[in-house]
Design a protein. Structure first.
Lengths: 80, 159
Protein backbone atom coordinates (compact mmCIF):
# COMPACT_ATOMS: atom_id res chain seq x y z
CA UNK A 1 0.00 0.00 0.00
CA UNK A 2 3.03 2.28 0.08
CA UNK A 3 3.28 2.10 -3.72
CA UNK A 4 4.02 5.63 -4.97
CA UNK A 5 0.89 7.46 -5.76
CA UNK A 6 -1.47 4.72 -4.88
CA UNK A 7 -4.48 6.37 -6.41
CA UNK A 8 -6.90 4.49 -4.24
CA UNK A 9 -5.24 6.13 -1.28
CA UNK A 10 -5.38 9.65 -2.57
CA UNK A 11 -8.24 11.86 -1.66
CA UNK A 12 -9.87 13.04 -4.92
CA UNK A 13 -9.66 16.65 -3.86
CA UNK A 14 -7.65 18.74 -6.31
CA UNK A 15 -7.00 22.44 -6.63
CA UNK A 16 -6.75 24.32 -9.91
CA UNK A 17 -4.18 26.72 -11.36
CA UNK A 18 -6.41 29.77 -10.92
CA UNK A 19 -6.48 29.03 -7.20
CA UNK A 20 -2.71 28.59 -7.06
CA UNK A 21 -2.31 32.00 -8.67
CA UNK A 22 -4.29 33.49 -5.81
CA UNK A 23 -2.86 31.30 -3.00
CA UNK A 24 0.61 32.43 -3.93
CA UNK A 25 0.01 35.81 -5.55
CA UNK A 26 1.80 34.57 -8.65
CA UNK A 27 0.93 37.56 -10.83
CA UNK A 28 2.52 37.47 -14.26
CA UNK A 29 5.01 34.64 -14.24
CA UNK A 30 8.11 34.58 -16.38
CA UNK A 31 7.64 31.55 -18.65
CA UNK A 32 11.27 30.70 -17.98
CA UNK A 33 10.70 30.44 -14.23
CA UNK A 34 11.39 26.93 -12.97
CA UNK A 35 8.60 26.07 -10.54
CA UNK A 36 8.32 23.21 -8.07
CA UNK A 37 4.97 22.16 -6.60
CA UNK A 38 5.46 20.22 -3.35
CA UNK A 39 2.79 18.15 -1.72
CA UNK A 40 -0.01 19.64 -3.78
CA UNK A 41 -1.87 16.36 -4.05
CA UNK A 42 -4.02 15.75 -7.14
CA UNK A 43 -4.08 19.38 -8.31
CA UNK A 44 -4.29 20.41 -11.96
CA UNK A 45 -1.66 23.13 -11.51
CA UNK A 46 1.06 21.24 -13.38
CA UNK A 47 -1.26 20.18 -16.23
CA UNK A 48 -2.67 23.68 -16.72
CA UNK A 49 0.65 25.49 -16.39
CA UNK A 50 2.39 23.10 -18.76
CA UNK A 51 -0.33 23.71 -21.32
CA UNK A 52 0.27 27.46 -20.88
CA UNK A 53 3.99 27.02 -21.58
CA UNK A 54 5.40 27.08 -18.06
CA UNK A 55 8.00 24.75 -16.57
CA UNK A 56 6.53 22.98 -13.55
CA UNK A 57 7.69 19.89 -11.70
CA UNK A 58 5.41 18.34 -9.10
CA UNK A 59 6.46 16.16 -6.27
CA UNK A 60 3.55 13.80 -6.58
CA UNK A 61 3.38 11.89 -3.39
CA UNK A 62 2.09 13.27 -0.18
CA UNK A 63 3.18 12.18 3.25
CA UNK A 64 0.20 13.95 4.73
CA UNK A 65 -1.68 11.24 6.49
CA UNK A 66 -4.59 13.63 6.42
CA UNK A 67 -4.65 13.52 2.64
CA UNK A 68 -5.02 9.77 2.55
CA UNK A 69 -8.34 8.08 2.41
CA UNK A 70 -8.90 6.08 5.53
CA UNK A 71 -10.65 2.71 5.26
CA UNK A 72 -13.74 4.25 6.74
CA UNK A 73 -13.63 7.17 4.33
CA UNK A 74 -12.74 10.73 5.05
CA UNK A 75 -13.20 11.82 8.60
CA UNK A 76 -13.69 15.29 9.92
CA UNK A 77 -12.49 17.99 9.78
CA UNK A 78 -12.97 18.51 6.07
CA UNK A 79 -10.06 19.87 4.03
CA UNK A 80 -10.58 23.27 2.40
CA UNK B 1 -16.02 14.26 3.36
CA UNK B 2 -18.91 16.29 1.99
CA UNK B 3 -20.78 15.66 5.21
CA UNK B 4 -17.80 17.00 7.16
CA UNK B 5 -17.66 20.03 4.91
CA UNK B 6 -21.35 20.80 5.31
CA UNK B 7 -21.06 20.45 9.06
CA UNK B 8 -18.08 22.82 9.13
CA UNK B 9 -19.44 25.24 6.55
CA UNK B 10 -19.50 28.14 9.02
CA UNK B 11 -15.70 28.03 9.07
CA UNK B 12 -15.50 28.79 5.34
CA UNK B 13 -16.27 31.84 3.26
CA UNK B 14 -18.71 30.89 0.52
CA UNK B 15 -18.12 33.45 -2.17
CA UNK B 16 -15.54 31.94 -4.53
CA UNK B 17 -17.34 28.66 -4.04
CA UNK B 18 -21.00 29.21 -3.45
CA UNK B 19 -21.75 25.84 -1.87
CA UNK B 20 -20.06 22.61 -0.77
CA UNK B 21 -21.35 21.05 -4.01
CA UNK B 22 -19.76 23.78 -6.15
CA UNK B 23 -16.49 23.28 -4.31
CA UNK B 24 -16.69 19.53 -4.82
CA UNK B 25 -17.07 20.02 -8.59
CA UNK B 26 -13.92 22.14 -8.78
CA UNK B 27 -12.02 19.66 -6.60
CA UNK B 28 -13.12 16.66 -8.67
CA UNK B 29 -12.43 18.38 -12.00
CA UNK B 30 -8.93 19.37 -10.91
CA UNK B 31 -8.32 15.81 -9.77
CA UNK B 32 -9.53 14.40 -13.10
CA UNK B 33 -7.28 16.75 -14.99
CA UNK B 34 -4.35 15.74 -12.79
CA UNK B 35 -5.04 12.05 -13.39
CA UNK B 36 -5.30 12.57 -17.15
CA UNK B 37 -1.94 14.38 -17.16
CA UNK B 38 -0.11 12.02 -14.83
CA UNK B 39 1.06 9.27 -17.27
CA UNK B 40 2.56 11.69 -19.81
CA UNK B 41 3.89 13.95 -17.08
CA UNK B 42 5.65 11.09 -15.35
CA UNK B 43 7.35 10.11 -18.59
CA UNK B 44 8.70 13.59 -19.14
CA UNK B 45 9.74 14.08 -15.52
CA UNK B 46 7.07 16.60 -14.63
CA UNK B 47 5.78 14.39 -11.84
CA UNK B 48 8.40 12.99 -9.51
CA UNK B 49 7.79 10.32 -6.93
CA UNK B 50 9.15 11.91 -3.79
CA UNK B 51 7.92 13.53 -0.63
CA UNK B 52 9.02 16.22 1.74
CA UNK B 53 11.31 16.54 3.57
CA UNK B 54 13.55 14.85 0.95
CA UNK B 55 13.57 16.25 -2.55
CA UNK B 56 15.64 14.44 -5.20
CA UNK B 57 16.91 17.60 -6.89
CA UNK B 58 20.25 19.40 -6.91
CA UNK B 59 20.63 22.67 -5.02
CA UNK B 60 19.21 25.64 -6.85
CA UNK B 61 17.26 23.57 -9.41
CA UNK B 62 14.17 25.80 -9.13
CA UNK B 63 13.36 29.48 -8.95
CA UNK B 64 10.22 29.04 -6.90
CA UNK B 65 8.87 26.23 -4.73
CA UNK B 66 5.18 26.21 -3.85
CA UNK B 67 3.56 24.23 -1.09
CA UNK B 68 -0.23 24.24 -1.13
CA UNK B 69 -2.46 22.77 1.57
CA UNK B 70 0.11 20.53 3.16
CA UNK B 71 2.45 22.25 5.64
CA UNK B 72 0.67 24.04 8.50
CA UNK B 73 -2.73 22.71 7.33
CA UNK B 74 -1.84 19.19 8.49
CA UNK B 75 0.04 20.48 11.51
CA UNK B 76 -1.66 17.94 13.76
CA UNK B 77 0.11 15.18 11.85
CA UNK B 78 3.37 16.97 11.06
CA UNK B 79 5.39 18.50 13.89
CA UNK B 80 7.45 21.71 13.96
CA UNK B 81 10.66 19.79 13.27
CA UNK B 82 9.10 18.34 10.11
CA UNK B 83 8.03 21.81 8.97
CA UNK B 84 11.52 23.21 9.55
CA UNK B 85 13.15 20.30 7.71
CA UNK B 86 10.68 20.54 4.81
CA UNK B 87 11.08 24.28 4.36
CA UNK B 88 14.86 23.96 4.65
CA UNK B 89 14.80 21.35 1.91
CA UNK B 90 12.62 23.52 -0.34
CA UNK B 91 15.06 26.41 0.23
CA UNK B 92 17.91 24.14 -0.80
CA UNK B 93 16.36 23.39 -4.19
CA UNK B 94 14.64 26.75 -4.82
CA UNK B 95 15.63 30.34 -4.22
CA UNK B 96 12.15 31.24 -3.00
CA UNK B 97 9.47 29.28 -1.18
CA UNK B 98 5.78 30.15 -0.82
CA UNK B 99 3.40 28.28 1.46
CA UNK B 100 -0.40 28.53 1.77
CA UNK B 101 -2.48 28.36 3.93
CA UNK B 102 -1.06 29.10 7.38
CA UNK B 103 -4.06 27.72 9.27
CA UNK B 104 -4.70 24.22 10.52
CA UNK B 105 -7.66 22.08 9.50
CA UNK B 106 -9.46 23.48 12.55
CA UNK B 107 -9.22 26.97 11.03
CA UNK B 108 -6.87 28.28 13.74
CA UNK B 109 -3.45 29.80 13.03
CA UNK B 110 -0.82 27.07 13.01
CA UNK B 111 1.16 26.75 16.26
CA UNK B 112 4.18 25.80 14.10
CA UNK B 113 4.46 29.24 12.55
CA UNK B 114 6.38 30.80 15.45
CA UNK B 115 9.06 28.09 15.78
CA UNK B 116 9.42 27.99 11.99
CA UNK B 117 9.85 31.74 11.86
CA UNK B 118 12.40 31.72 14.69
CA UNK B 119 14.47 29.01 13.01
CA UNK B 120 14.36 30.54 9.55
CA UNK B 121 15.25 33.98 10.79
CA UNK B 122 18.08 32.62 12.94
CA UNK B 123 19.41 30.97 9.78
CA UNK B 124 19.37 34.36 8.09
CA UNK B 125 16.46 33.82 5.72
CA UNK B 126 14.08 36.55 4.84
CA UNK B 127 10.55 35.60 5.82
CA UNK B 128 7.35 37.50 5.16
CA UNK B 129 3.70 36.78 5.83
CA UNK B 130 1.79 38.44 2.99
CA UNK B 131 -1.93 38.96 2.38
CA UNK B 132 -3.33 37.17 -0.68
CA UNK B 133 -6.57 37.45 -2.60
CA UNK B 134 -7.92 34.08 -1.50
CA UNK B 135 -9.93 33.38 1.58
CA UNK B 136 -11.85 30.16 1.86
CA UNK B 137 -10.93 29.14 5.37
CA UNK B 138 -12.09 32.19 7.29
CA UNK B 139 -9.01 34.16 8.33
CA UNK B 140 -6.80 32.18 5.96
CA UNK B 141 -5.88 34.89 3.45
CA UNK B 142 -2.12 34.89 4.14
CA UNK B 143 0.83 33.12 2.65
CA UNK B 144 4.37 32.64 3.88
CA UNK B 145 7.14 33.74 1.57
CA UNK B 146 10.70 32.75 2.38
CA UNK B 147 13.72 33.80 0.37
CA UNK B 148 16.97 31.96 0.43
CA UNK B 149 19.75 34.25 1.52
CA UNK B 150 22.96 33.33 -0.21
CA UNK B 151 25.68 33.73 2.33
CA UNK B 152 28.32 31.68 4.09
CA UNK B 153 26.27 30.81 7.12
CA UNK B 154 23.31 29.49 5.21
CA UNK B 155 23.70 25.85 4.46
CA UNK B 156 21.15 23.13 4.80
CA UNK B 157 23.03 22.07 7.95
CA UNK B 158 22.01 25.27 9.65
CA UNK B 159 18.52 23.82 9.93
Amino acid sequence: MTEPFDLDQVLPWGREAAEYRDFFDLGVLDPKARILDCGGGPSSFNAEMTEAGHAVVSVARSTATGQRRSPAGWSKPAPP
Amino acid sequence: MMAGLRQARHRFRWNRFTSPEALEQVRLNACRRFLADLPAGRQTGRYIDAALPDLPFPAGRFDLALCSHFLFLYGDHLDAAFHIAAIGEMLRVASEVRIFPLLGLDGAPSPHLDPVRATLEAAGHEMEILPVDYEFQIGGQSMLKVSYQHNETNHKDSF
